[in-house]
Structures are given as C-alpha cells and as structure tokens.
Design a protein around this ligand. Structure first.
Ligand code: GLN
Length: 546
C-alpha cells in the first residue's frame, strides 16, 4: 500500500535526559496546530517486552493506553500535548521486536534462512515504524528513538532509519538530532565539540542529521550557530536552540520562535502556515497567572523519583490552570508516615491524594493518611491502590474489622476486603497480564462522580489485579462508604465515596492517564476545587474563631 505519510525521526546525542519526548511532543503540537494529523511513536532499545515489569525507580511511571499497552512515560506527554490517544503501536521495545522475529522463526516464516539483525530485525523495526503511517490516520509520524547515539542497543534502530530514508526518499523521512551544548563556567563558554562528535557518530552509521536541536542553558550566539552548521553539515536555519524552560508547556512556543516547524515542513516539502495555538496559550496564561494556591499532599512510596508519578503531577497542572490556582504538590513518603507523626505531616494540607502502587512497603502509612483525612474532613482522592487503602481503612476503623486487608499484602487475612480478581486467579505470568486499558464504568445517580463527570457512563484506564471484594459490599455501604461506580458486565466496584465527608473519592482506575492540556480530567479539576473550598472554609472558620 502506498502512503503519503511523512516520517520524522528524533535521535539523541551527547547525554541522556535531554527531553527528546518533550521536543517531539512540542513539534507535533506545532504541526497539529497547522492542520497536520500527527502522531508520535517511541522506540525503546531495552530488552524488556514492555516497561510493565519495571520498577518505577528504574524507568519512572508506567503509562497505560486505552487499548491496554503498558508503555514508556513519554507517551503520556504525547497525549497531554496532542489530546489524541496513543495505542500499542506507539511504543516498541527491542524485547517486542525480538519476540516477534523469534515467533516468526518458530512458525517457519524464514525457513532455510539464517535469521540476522540485518535484515530481519531491521525489517521488523521498519514495519513497526510504518504501521502508524499505513493506517491512513496520520499525515506525519514522529518517531523518537530512545537512548543516545553510539549506544550498542540503538544500532539496529539507527540502521533501520538509514534504510527507511533510502526506501522513502529524503523529503519523506528526516532526522532531527537533539544534543547538548554544555556551558563551561571556568571558560565562560558554550562548547560545540560534543555535538560535532555526536553528529559524526550518527554519520558513521550512514545517517546525516537534517536538523539540530541544541539544549542549552544560555542563548546560542550567531557565530556558534554558524560553526555548528558548518561542522555538522546542516543549514544555519536548521540549528535550533532549545533553551531551558521553566515549564515543559513553554517548549512549543520556544520551538515556534526558533522556526522548528518551518524548517521541518520545508524539508518534508509540505506547506507551512502559522500554527493556531490559541487554546494552548490560554491554558499557559492561566497556568502562569494563578489567582490563588492550594497545597495537596501526594502520599506514595516512590516519592524520591518525581517521574514515578508523572501523570498525576501533570494532571494537577491541568486542573490547577482550570481552577486558576497554583497546585503545590507536597510529597509525603508513605513508609515513614505513622499514627504519631500523621498530624504533623498532613494537618496543613488542603487535600490528599493517595497514590497507586504495588506490594506491602509503605501501605500502613497510606492507610494512616486515609484515616487522618477521613477524620479531619480533608478532601481525598485515592487512585487504584489508594482507593483500596481507603476501603481497608474504613473496614478496620469504622466497621471494626481489625485485620482487614488486601490479599496482595496478607493472603490469610480474616477480612479480605480487597481480593484478587476472579479473572486473575489462574494467571502466573507477570508481563502484560493485569486488568489493563479502558473499561466501562457506570455511575450511580446522585453520586459525586456523576456530578463531576456530568454523565452516567465513563470509560477509564486500569492497571491492577486486585479489587473491592463484593462479599463485603453491603456491610461497608451500611456503615457509610458507598460504591458509586461499577463495571456494567462484571459488577466490579470501580469507585467508592463517603457522602458525609467534605469530598472523599476513591477510584480503582487511573484518571491521571487521561488528563490533557485541552481536556483536564474532571476528577482532578473537582478535587482541586474541593481543596480550594476546603481551604476557604478552614480560613473562614479560623477567622470567626479569632
Ligand atoms: N497493587 C494493586 C493491584 O494490583 C494496585 C495497583 C495500582 O495501584 N496500579 O490491584
């Protein structure tokens, strides 16, 4: 099948963590805002089939798509910037590539042939890159290649890019190389040599970068741009400065000022226009000019690494802008939260979010946090494990079921108020076997969530094995905690609320994955609003007491 889809590859050089994902997402935003249907794909060179089995300390948050892919957190940025859902095809790993090639070999598809990196692995990579283009849904596919040029793991990907440029033609497939221009304070100078070397390394694999995006702490002077163009074989207009920004949401405008979209479209022989960023800039304006602030506690066990809760932190930025307030997120390590120090750590907060998670570490601290906020009427949002902890806390401290627990933490608990889902009982493999992706949820009339969503039926993304145990439902509801959202087919409880509390909602799913700049998630928006109201009420109470 022929296609007119254009391909843009984004490679990285000199150092990791330069923000290829943000550059890719920002460029995509500019192209989308000119009417081009754009998507972004991430190729990850590690051997895990997907990041679902990786500890967040290794790789940050695991993001989940509607169709149930467990993916790199960059896909979250793509969705947040573009407001277009990604899918299984948007994240490919070396593990997945090899798995697929080996399965083909076992089926006899290469019968008689020696299976090799070139052409079999590279063909598989090329096929995966073109799946999105061939779908007919996109004019432009941006493919971000994880890792840094020169890594052993990235070589087959770079080779696939080289071949694709030949297959498709140079004006249908271009390469953007993101590099670092370090500033040597002793010399007081920006240095181009690492970039020259990195471009050269790329050329050793037969790939000439078309555009350089240069991460820098200081403005790149004209002469330096000229030097980079000369030594790296690119046009001067194709040397793009990417200066450190105070927020990732500034990057599309910074790239626009630098003309990245124009150079890209010129190289691809496509027309360029002025991107319409009206809605984006309205969001930025609200984000940068808050009229107030709230402080929300984030109770989790991976709080040392901010990337572990990336989507939650971004969802607060969207919800803050929507409410025209700044949301200060205060991380509280659940492992060190105890009945003794809970008040000290939580009493000043305007709202508390108990985070998702797996395993036993830190859960008693999460339960303690729920107890404190429930007893002190502080707005609460529990996500996945956070919702499960809310059910356990209520069972223990309100129903008096003393050792109530999840069978994930205590297999022999007398009161398994959270239990392994029926569909999980025969599963032994750990990879890709959780209840994943978007599932229907029906909301009860008169509930907080029904009001928040303005609907009786929603679809939200899941990633879990354990679930509210319906055997305890009547008992829990009679005591005052209500189940307000269900899966229509299985009857699984997806949401719990406490109507007598100021704002108490626990959800089995992950609303954070669906929050975008264009569509801040209604639950986060309502939670921030509840925190704001709580703060105001608290203030008026203390004023009248004076
Ligand atoms: N560990 C819990 C489960 O598997 C919660 C998972 C989560 O928070 N994502 O059900």
């Amino acid at each position: 099948m022929t296609t007119n889809t254009k391909y843009i590859f984004v490679t990285g050089g000199v150092s990791s963590s330069l923000g290829k994902g943000i550059i890719a997402a920002s460029l995509a935003k500019l192209l989308q805002a000119q009417g081009y249907r754009t998507t972004i794909q991430k190729l990850d060179p590690y051997i895990n089939v997907d990041p679902g089995t990786l500890n967040p300390y290794e790789h940050g948050e695991c993001y989940v798509t509607d169709d149930g892919a467990e993916t790199d957190l960059d896909l979250g940025h793509y969705e947040r910037f573009l407001n277009v859902p990604t899918s299984q095809s948007n994240n490919v790993t070396t593990g997945r590539i090899y798995q697929s090639v080996i399965e083909k070999e076992r089926r006899g598809e290469f019968l008689g042939k020696t299976v090799q990196v070139i052409p079999h692995i590279t063909d598989e990579i090329k096929e995966r890159i073109q799946i999105l283009g061939k779908s007919g849904d996109y004019d432009i596919v941006i493919t971000e290649i994880g890792g840094t040029v020169g890594d052993i793991e990235s070589l087959p990907y770079i080779e696939a890019v080289r071949q694709l440029r030949w297959d498709l033609g140079q004006d249908n497939a271009i390469v953007i190389h993101l590099t670092l221009i370090p500033f040597l304070s002793a010399a007081g100078e920006l240095k181009t040599k690492p970039t020259q070397h990195s471009v050269k390394t790329l050329m050793e694999s037969g790939v000439q970068a078309d555009i350089l995006v240069c991460r820098t702490e200081h403005e790149l002077p004209e002469d330096l741009r000229r030097k980079l163009a000369l030594f790296c074989n690119v046009r001067e207009e194709a040397v793009i400065q990417s200066i450190d920004a105070s927020t990732i949401y500034d990057v599309p405008n910074l790239m626009l000022e630098q003309g990245l979209d124009k150079v890209v479209l010129k190289k691809l022989n496509l027309e360029s226009d002025t991107p319409d960023l009206t809605q984006w800039n309205q969001f930025l304006n609200r984000h940068k000019n808050p009229k107030g602030e709230v402080t929300i506690g984030l109770i989790g066990k991976y709080v040392e690494l901010q990337d572990s809760y990336k989507s939650i932190l971004e969802a607060f930025i969207h919800a803050g802008a929507e409410n025209e307030v700044k949301v200060n997120v205060e991380s509280v390590h659940s492992e060190f939260l105890t009945p003794k120090n809970a008040a000290g750590k939580l009493q000043h907060l305007d709202g508390v979010l108990v985070a998702p998670g797996f395993g036993e570490r830190g859960i008693e601290g999460k339960i303690e946090a729920v107890r404190y906020v429930r007893e002190h009427n502080i707005p609460f949002l529990g996500i996945c494990l956070g919702m499960q902890m809310a059910v356990i806390e209520y069972s223990r401290n309100v129903l008096g079921l003393k050792d109530a627990n999840s069978t994930e933490m205590d297999e022999h608990t007398q009161y398994p108020v959270i239990d392994l889902m029926e569909s999980q009982k025969d599963i032994t493999d750990k990879g890709g076997t959780m209840r994943l992706g978007a599932w229907d949820c029906e909301l009860i009339n008169g509930s907080i969530v029904q009001q928040v969503y303005g609907s009786n039926a929603v679809k939200e993304r899941h990633r879990h094995r354990y679930e509210f145990n319906n055997a305890f439902k009547t008992q829990i509801e009679d005591a005052g905690m209500k189940a307000t959202g269900f899966n229509p087919e299985t009857g699984l409880v997806e949401i719990v609320e406490i109507p007598s509390h100021s704002w108490f909602v626990g959800v089995q799913y992950h609303p954070e994955y669906k929050s975008t700049v264009a569509n801040p998630h209604p639950l986060f928006v309502a939670f921030v609003k509840a925190a704001l109201n709580f703060k105001k009420d608290e203030k008026s109470v203390s004023m009248t007491q004076k």
